[in-house]
Design a protein around this ligand. Structure first.
Ligand code: ADP
Ligand code: MG
Length: 703
């Protein structure tokens, strides 16, 4: 077995047709070090050589075409610097030029006139005429013979490789050499037989053969499907095992009691019935916290879905069991809002709640720190000031992080270190990420979702307006203000062009002021260049209703709650991503009245922006929007995924291959729940394969 498998470990230069110099290039250029790497160097598409077109039927929308005919003329044209060879190719229906810009000397010599060729290449237009440039030319023995009867794989290559004769075709030839000498046993199976059967997957060695040398499209698809499944399945197996291991190793406090704090609040002071989704999540949290293991849960819920109430009830659960709890928010304003909101809700409860932020100093700070250390303060709310060393809890049992994308993984880890036994962690985010992505990058966290809005919300009406319509937009704002409402006008902020953004904002501010000369209308301006207390004051004036219009950069994006605001105007919408637009829109629609989101753009809008705007106009559903965002931008560009490296798949694409990913995840979970240590005979190949991978990458880094 080991000697058989070893062939794939051979250095690439030992393969027939490679040698030391080409070996060097293959390593440097495309990362192919071993036979195994070459086997995994997949074609990026196939060309169908089973079809032969007629010249008369060609049209510009065709891509690659194959023709059969003869060359009737060839001539070199153009001046010294831009010479090219033009060969006139004819079949029984018409003529088309074949053109070479490079290597034309050699082609001119070698092309034979009046001899049957099979020609394959990409159609292009030049001066309004169709032509083929740099086509592949194959001499065919009889004119009646068909095209080649299989799909030809196309491999990507580089200029340097080409210079050494390693064209895409030549790489294909090397792969053929490898496949010829490979025995089935040398490509051992790594998916249990029952799963192969259930999902009708090709055996591993067959799949590798067919992905490089399919006879037809169907075979290529089958091979890809099998290998995509494998890729996703192996990743999911590793993530799930990591999670199991963490569960086995981690100790956590037990919250066995549901006592007077939780029940007292729930029965007497709950201001509204919980939604089904809120109830479900609280149940999940309760289940997590009685296992004796540390909870690590991500709670996703759209803006306004009611995450705060879930946080509050969870904290009461901690207090019921004699523990302290803390709630950490990314900004001073947000923590103040949380503090104020929770104090109101808890006014009738015998509980000590405190706020700790950077601006609480001196004696007041000292007093809070002492009471946290002494355990008198049961619930502590604050910014990342909570993470500082001087903050020592008596017995922190639960730490909640709101709006998690503002906190790094490292900061979260600090919370763990607050005790010997780490507190339970609940991370809440209003930036929904698609489930498939969550499965992969947060795969070892447990995920809860609030997918239901509190009743009675009116969906926000979203419209697109251009610069031409600005006066009407301003009139609309005036109407809303007359009804007693408030409005946001938000400008983009991009780090690279901070100066420009600042100027934009100022210009906007002056413009808005000019539109609202009435002395009774006031405008708050908030941006990143202001000092924290100035920003705070301005924000506070809007919160209390002293100002009617808030002109701001995206600093207001996170969490600010002004239920009376009914209009959100987003300037230069083109410059925002979908998720960010959705976040901004979530600032309105928090009261009972109809709210509006107005997406402003220039008069001309690019295709990309158009698509995003359409999505925004059509739906208020954050999950749909995040799915769409991922589709438009690709998973690699989603927030927080870039560095994680877990998305470097060779074949799979978690957007397009979502059904495969879901199946692979389900399989991984099932296998591990039936056979956690992979002891069953059916799971041996998988176990061996995973053992081989062990230590090959830094997987523990995934958050
Ligand atoms: P988010 O998930 O964005 O943090 P919040 O917790 O701030 O949302 O809740 C948004 C608003 O909805 C708050 O005013 C809150 O009081 C209200 N709310 C939360 N849950 C419910 C519910 N079950 N029924 C009615 N209103 C609710
Ligand atoms: Mg919130």
């Amino acid at each position: 077995m080991s000697s058989l498998a070893a062939i794939l470990n051979n250095p690439i230069e030992y393969l027939k047709g490679v040698g030391p110099q080409r070996g060097d290039l293959l390593r440097k250029e495309i990362g192919v070090f071993t036979f195994r790497d070459l086997l995994h160097y997949f074609p990026f598409r196939y060309v169908d050589k089973t079809k032969v077109e007629k010249v008369v039927q060609l049209h510009y929308q065709m891509d690659f075409v194959q023709l059969r005919g003869r060359i009737v003329r060839k001539e070199v044209i153009g001046d010294k610097r831009a010479k090219r060879l033009v060969a006139t190719f004819r079949d029984e229906t018409g003529e088309i030029p074949l053109v070479w810009f490079q290597g034309w000397q050699w082609m001119e010599k070698s092309l034979q006139l009046h001899t049957p060729y099979l020609v394959f290449g990409r159609l292009s237009m030049f001066n309004g005429y169709l032509q083929l440039s740099h086509p592949e030319m194959d001499l065919v023995s009889t004119e009646a013979g068909g095209g080649k009867q299989f799909l030809e794989p196309v491999y990507s290559t580089t200029e340097k490789l080409k210079a050494r004769g390693l064209t895409g075709k030549a790489i294909g030839k090397l792969t053929s050499n490898l496949l010829e000498q490979l025995l089935p046993g040398e490509v051992p199976e790594n998916i249990p037989a029952s799963i192969l059967q259930q999902y009708r997957l090709l055996p591993r060695h067959v799949a590798f053969f067919k992905i490089h040398k399919p006879m037809n499209e169907e075979e290529a698809k089958m091979a890809q499907r099998r290998l995509k499944f494998e890729e996703l399945f192996i990743v999911q197996m590793r993530i799930c095992r990591l999670k199991i291991r963490r569960h086995q190793l981690s100790h956590g406090y037990r919250f066995d009691n549901v006592g007077e704090y939780f029940n007292g609040f729930y029965n007497e002071h709950l201001p509204f019935p919980l939604t089904g989704a809120q109830k479900r999540v609280i149940k999940e949290i309760r289940q997590d916290t009685v296992t004796g293991r540390q909870m690590n849960r991500l709670l996703q819920g759209d803006v306004g879905s009611g995450k705060t109430m879930v946080a509050l009830l969870s904290m009461l659960l901690a207090v019921d069991n004699g523990f302290q709890a803390c709630l950490m928010a990314p900004t001073e304003i947000l923590s103040q809002q949380h503090y104020k909101g929770l104090c109101e809700l808890l006014a009738q409860m015998p509980l000590k709640v405190a706020l700790l932020t950077g601006s609480i100093k001196g004696k007041a700070r000292k007093a809070i720190l002492e009471q946290v250390a002494g355990g008198e303060i049961q619930i502590l709310i604050g910014t990342h000031a909570l993470l500082e060393n001087e903050v020592v809890f008596k017995n922190l049992g639960l730490a909640i992080v709101d709006e998690q994308h503002r906190f790094g993984v490292a900061q979260r880890a600090l919370l763990w270190q607050k005790n010997n036994i780490p507190p339970h962690i609940l991370v809440m985010t209003a930036t929904p990420i698609p489930r498939t992505l969550a499965m992969t990058i947060y795969g070892d966290l447990d995920v809860s979702v609030i997918d239901e809005m509190p009743p009675g919300r009116k969906p926000i009406t979203t419209v697109h307006r251009t610069e031409f319509q600005r006066p009407q937009v301003m009139d609309f704002i005036r109407e809303e203000i007359k009804k007693g409402r408030q409005a946001y006008i938000v400008y983009p902020l991009i780090e690279d062009s901070e100066k420009l953004d600042y100027e934009n904002l100022m210009k906007g501010y002056e413009e808005v002021k000019a539109f609202f000369p009435e002395p009774r209308y006031y405008i708050s301006m908030v941006h990143g260049r202001q000092k924290a207390d100035q920003r705070n004051t301005n924000m506070q004036r809007f919160v209390t209703g002293d100002t009617q219009i808030m002109v701001a950069t995206t600093v207001i994006e996170v969490g600010v709650n002004v239920p009376n605001a009914s209009v959100m105007v987003i300037e230069s919408t083109e410059r925002f991503g979908l998720s960010q637009l959705h976040q901004l829109r979530g600032r309105v629609g928090r009261g009972a009245d109809q709210s509006f989101c107005i997406l402003m753009t220039g008069n001309k809008v690019g295709q990309d922006s158009k698509q995003r705007i359409e999505v925004m106009v059509q739906t208020n559903n954050g999950f749909l929007i995040s799915e769409k965002d991922m589709e438009l931008r690709g998973p690699g560009d989603m927030e927080g995924t870039r560095q994680s490296g877990v998305l470097d798949f060779k074949l799979a694409d978690i957007v397009q291959d979502k059904p495969i990913l879901e199946a692979a995840r389900a399989c991984a979970e099932k296998i591990l729940s039936d056979d956690p240590d992979l002891q069953l005979p059916d799971n041996q190949p998988l176990r061996n394969y995973l053992a081989l991978l062990q230590g090959k990458s830094q997987w523990s880094k995934i958050s």
